[in-house]
Design a protein around this ligand. Structure first.
Ligand code: FMN
Length: 434
């Protein structure tokens, strides 16, 4: 890598902290702030109109923008990269199945350890066995995550079919309430659910409300992440289940109207910071982005600190980001413990999207292919591949906010499409008796 004066603000990015992680003051203050985010009744308007009011006195931000949990994608290596680009985005882990945690008690760091720099960070767990969920939460609690989230949205056959969890759990809201109570009892951080707007034919707005209502009434869950398309459990692959069922953002906005005491994060099909802002202008509590944050991390995450949080950007160039990533990656490759040592392909995987749509991107990927066959360190990998990228791309920083003339109006009509307000079963019976 071309020698460049390492900026004074650059601090080394350490690999995942082995258990037990040092308790960090950032984590503690994030929890306080998170609680405030969940409880405060102030409107988005007052949260966003004045940038000085976007943090509490701890200087830590609520999770207005988060990166979605994505199996095989949002691992420690990706999250390290993401944190170098955005200091404030909330990061979710990949789903970790409760049984994995319970059965790998001698090897927990592999699944649960992370660098304290990754705060705010949410652990997503999967499962449907209460005893295992309880034990897994207890074990995970010592790692200092900022929230624990239960996966109620995964449609894959292995999870929702054979495993009987993920999206299948939406058929049984009472059980999810019980599971969330169990998780909450075994940790000391907030708990949340990530779900679809429906499953198979159980897909009316009222059924979605019943799910939220029953889960919230039977547990301390006050935060739901809503992937705004339903899941089809038979016949569609997980990838098709993220593409084919239509997005119904109107269901999400109706939830905000019908459950004013609960926080909802909108997810699904949001591909740019313009759209994130548009969703927030329309009143969304918070926005979660998945594929765009992975496939184009620089453009998606690079604007989060400035545009969403009104804070300074890291002012890193991609050259500086890569220098920091190299320190992280090469220290892991030097690891003596073979169990903890990743292979270079795993480490490099999230870097491969860093120059999305930039000049030299095609050549960089071809060079990466060759370099991965013979390079043993990230330093050598970067030395062999980066000549493909022009200096002006490597050295530019994200300073500009996205062009406001291209303001997205994707959510402009959504309030006209809202379904009728939710009436729960008890209300229905009462109105029949009147
Ligand atoms: C490769 C991949 C893996 C995923 N794994 C998970 C997962 O472990 N848990 C989960 O709740 N959702 C998972 N999802 C779904 C995402 O969290 C998100 O809900 C979905 O991609 C829609 O958001 P997007 O349109 O912004 O990508 C995954 C998505 C992808 C692309």
């Amino acid at each position: 890598m071309k020698p460049a004066a390492v900026h004074a603000r650059l601090t080394s990015f350490l690999p995942p902290t082995p258990h037990p992680p040092p308790s960090s003051s950032l984590s503690t203050s994030f929890r306080l702030n998170y609680w405030k985010w969940r409880c405060c009744a102030s409107s988005i308007e007052s949260e966003t109109s004045d940038s000085s009011s976007r943090t509490d006195s701890s200087g830590v931000f609520p999770p207005w923008f988060s990166v979605a949990p994505m199996m095989d994608w949002t691992d420690n290596h990706y999250r390290t990269l993401a944190r170098l680009i955005s200091k404030h985005a909330c990061l979710y882990t990949e789903m970790v199945v409760a049984e994995t945690i319970v059965h790998q008690q001698d090897n927990l760091d592999r699944f649960l350890a992370f660098s304290p720099k990754q705060h705010p960070i949410v652990l997503q767990i999967g499962g449907s066995n209460l005893k295992n969920l309880a034990k897994a939460t207890q074990l995970a609690n010592t790692y200092n995550y900022d929230e624990i989230n239960l996966n109620c949205g995964c449609p894959s056959g292995r999870v929702a079919g054979h495993g009987c969890f993920g999206a299948r759990l939406m058929f049984d809201p009472k059980f999810v309430g019980e599971a969330m109570s169990t998780i909450a009892r075994n940790c000391d951080v907030p708990v949340s659910v990530k779900c679809r707007i429906g499953v198979d034919n159980c897909d009316s707005y009222n059924e979605l409300c019943e799910f939220v209502d029953v889960v919230a009434s039977n547990s301390p869950t006050r935060h739901f992440v809503i992937h705004a398309r339903k899941a089809l459990l038979n016949g569609l692959s997980p990838a098709d289940n993220r593409r084919i069922p239509p997005l119904k953002y109107e269901y999400y906005y109706a939830l905000l109207r019908d459950f004013p005491d609960i926080k909802f994060t909108i997810n699904g099909g949001i591909t740019s910071i313009d759209q994130v802002n548009a969703a927030r202008r329309q009143g969304a509590d918070a926005v979660m982005v998945g594929r765009a944050a992975y496939n184009n991390p620089w453009s998606t995450l690079g604007h989060v600190d400035t545009t969403i949080y009104g804070a300074q950007s890291t002012r890193f160039s991609r050259r500086q980001v890569l220098q920091q990533f190299q320190i992280y990656g090469d220290s892991l490759l030097l690891e003596n413990d073979e169990k903890r040592k990743p292979n270079i392909r795993q480490l490099v995987k999230p870097l491969l999207n860093l120059f999305h749509s930039e000049p030299g991107n095609g050549l960089w990927k071809r060079k990466a292919d060759t370099a991965l066959r013979n390079c043993k360190t990230i330093e050598l990998f970067l030395k062999e591949t980066l000549p493909a990228i022009p200096d002006h791309v490597l050295d530019s920083t994200i300073l500009k906010t996205p062009d406001s003339s291209s303001c997205s109006d994707d959510f402009a009509d959504v309030l006209q499409l809202l379904p009728p307000p939710y009436t729960n079963s008890k209300q229905k019976i009462n109105s029949c008796l009147m």
